[in-house]
Design a protein around this ligand. Structure first.
Ligand code: SF4
Ligand code: SF4
Length: 158
């Protein structure tokens, strides 16, 4: 079993069903992230239609072997554009967020998927469900910006 770097202990049972995202404590908010890694993928946005295509070209800080940001606490020193998701900006970011993302699901009135670590007690369930980017990305430094189109993928949703 792989270790889960996100602290999920000591939280009220099924807290996400009892309070809205806007009322959650910091630990509750952080525990909602399932660690799928899909928000760390580069996207291509059509300027005319606004349509967003997902690529398997990962952010330069994404560690494909752990499915984690390699420098999460200090990531903005390297990737200033990395978005800090919060209740006040979810609405404007929904258009690109992965369909399985817990924040998007709860914000849009859906439940957590049954493979979510808060329900299974293990991060492994995310990878086993086939919804994460573990061992599925190519590194940003290996692909020319002009070639990102060659790496467009459908979001893995299990
Ligand atoms: S897409 Fe959502 S659930 Fe997945 S890693 Fe990003 S913030 Fe976490
Ligand atoms: S800086 Fe880290 S958290 Fe932000 S997109 Fe890159 S890998 Fe993901």
């Amino acid at each position: 079993m792989s270790s889960d770097p996100i602290a999920r202990d000591g939280l009220a049972p099924r807290f996400w069903e009892k309070k809205p995202l806007t009322k959650m404590s910091r630990p509750e908010w952080e525990a909602l992230c399932d660690g799928c890694g899909k928000c760390c993928l580069n996207k291509l946005e059509d300027e005319e239609t606004g349509e967003v295509a997902l690529t398997r070209v990962a952010c330069r800080l994404f560690d494909d072997t752990t499915c984690r940001c390699a420098q999460y606490p200090i990531r903005h020193q390297f990737v200033p554009e990395c978005i800090v998701l919060k209740p006040s900006n979810i609405g404007e970011n929904l258009y690109w967020m992965p369909e399985t993302c817990a924040y998007k699901r709860l914000w849009t009135g859906q439940s957590l998927p049954d493979w979510h670590p808060l329900l299974t007690g293990t991060q492994d369930s995310v990878h086993e469900a086939g919804v994460s980017m573990l061992h599925r990305t190519v590194a940003e430094f290996e692909v020319d910006d002009d070639d990102w189109e060659d790496h467009i993928i459908e979001e893995p949703t299990g």
